[in-house]
Design a protein around this ligand. Structure first.
Ligand SMILES: [Zn+2]
Ligand SMILES: [Zn+2]
Length: 434
């Protein structure tokens, strides 16, 4: 951490930003290949931890650009290094995975892919989170930087991270020696496309960028029997229903007004037939918070309510509460956010660099920050500007990431993604001090 801070201080002292923006000639030269890659990835999405073809495509492109590429890091992860003299190591990260979502965008290149998920079910697969756009931008940026080595110095580290959607890939890459087998970056950068901003814009959120995420599974144990003889049973469905409603009071009654907290029950599973009372019911929860103390408060309350409702319903066994997935919020280094605003404005136009509020989804990127890599995670506008303006007028939200209808406005979004990445990397890699 200390070295990173020193490095930031030093660079702040010497950097301007005039030379960091990619010229339109540079972007035009790489754009057609980036767009082709986007279409190819979009049409061939792969589920989390199964991104073998995706990783191979990324690795091949980066290798052909002269990067030293290692595959199979933490599963299907890709690490590509380009050394260019003395200077800091800076990391740019993209995710590799798609989602079990049936694409309904109606686009001519919409995904028609199906695959088996980890429990053996046939599921549709689509890049409904835009990771295909992140990969296309990363490869284009890699291309521009490989062809302009006079504009920067140091070590550029590009990573293709698997299994972001299951919050496991970042940790697996770290456990597989991401920061020991390869140089540990002084700074990390990533971006995410979404419909929160119009395409052409980039959002910066200094400090907390997104939420702590916790996934919980609650199994409520009752006593099954005939639907016509409820007196001989302990109905776990009724206990589940009461639990779901009682959980709603955590945010409305327990958390201090103004503090951010979300408790969502995303699924309820119980029963097979209308006249059978089942033995047990299962709830799947996602919990989102910004602050650590609020996170603890909400998790404690869930535990208390689930147990108390089971007791109230006469359950003879306590519910099983499994905390099976969690990630911390992504923290954007405020100094870094401040420093990178100028090169972003120079590359995209002052009016296109917006200060944005923290968002509620979460991100496996937090694991890299936890390892002591100060970072900037940017929001990349993906909405068709006209549709964005209409949605602001009507109040009807555009499809959010993970929706079957999510479709970024590719040309302006990909162009600005490339420009943002090149500007930021050149600045961090001391290009401006040349
Ligand atoms: Zn996602
Ligand atoms: Zn995503």
């Amino acid at each position: 951490m200390k070295t990173a801070k020193l490095f930031l201080f030093f660079s702040l002292a010497v950097s301007g930003y005039a030379q960091t923006a990619a010229s339109s000639k540079e972007v035009d030269a790489v754009y057609p290949a980036a767009h082709d890659l986007y279409i190819d990835l979009h049409q061939n999405p792969e589920l989390s931890s199964h991104e073998t073809q995706t990783a191979a495509k990324l690795a091949a492109r980066l290798r052909s650009l002269g990067y030293e590429v290692t595959e199979g890091v933490g599963g299907t992860g890709v690490v590509a290094i380009l050394k260019n003299g003395a200077g800091p190591t800076v990391m740019l990260r993209s995710e590799l995975d798609a989602l079990p979502v049936e694409e309904k965008t109606g686009l001519p290149f919409a995904s028609k892919v199906h695959a088996q998920d980890d429990s053996g079910h046939d599921v549709p697969v689509a890049h409904a989170c835009g990771h295909d756009l992140h990969m296309a931008a990363l490869v284009a940026t890699a291309d521009i930087l490989a062809h302009s080595k006079q504009s920067w110095h140091g070590t550029l580290m590009l990573i293709g991270q698997p299994a972001e959607e299951t919050i496991s890939g970042a940790k697996r890459m770290i456990d597989d020696g991401l920061f020991t087998r390869f140089p540990k970056p002084a700074v990390g950068v990533a971006l995410h496309v979404g419909n929160d901003l119009p395409a052409g814009q980039v959002g910066i959120t200094p400090g907390i960028y997104n939420t702590n995420a916790d996934s919980l599974r609650i199994t409520i144990y009752g006593k099954g029997g005939h639907g016509a003889a409820p007196h001989a049973t302990i109905d776990p469905i009724v206990i589940a229903a009461r639990t779901i409603l009682a959980l709603q009071t955590i945010v409305s009654r327990e958390v201090k007004p103004g503090e951010m907290a979300v408790v969502t029950v995303g699924y309820v599973r119980a029963g097979t037939k209308n006249n059978i009372i089942p033995d047990q019911a299962e709830l799947g929860l996602t919990v989102r918070t910004y602050k650590g103390d609020v996170r603890k408060q909400v998790l404690t309350a869930i535990n208390r309510i689930a147990k108390a409702e089971a007791l109230a319903g006469g359950a003879q066994q306590e519910p099983l509460i499994e905390h099976y997935e969690s990630t911390d919020s992504v923290y954007n280094d405020p100094g870094l956010a401040e420093r990178l605003r100028a090169p972003l404005e120079a590359a995209l136009g002052k009016e296109n660099v917006i200060t944005t509020e923290p968002i509620t989804p979460s991100e496996g990127y937090a694991f890299f920050i936890e390892q002591g890599v100060p970072s900037l995670y940017m929001s990349l506008g993906g909405a068709d500007p006209q549709k964005y303006a209409e949605s602001k007028n009507t109040g009807v939200m555009l499809p959010y990431n993970h929706s079957p209808y999510f479709a970024p406005d590719v040309d302006p979004a990909l162009h600005s993604g490339i420009k943002a990445e090149v500007a930021v990397l050149r600045n961090l890699l001391n290009g401006a001090s040349q």
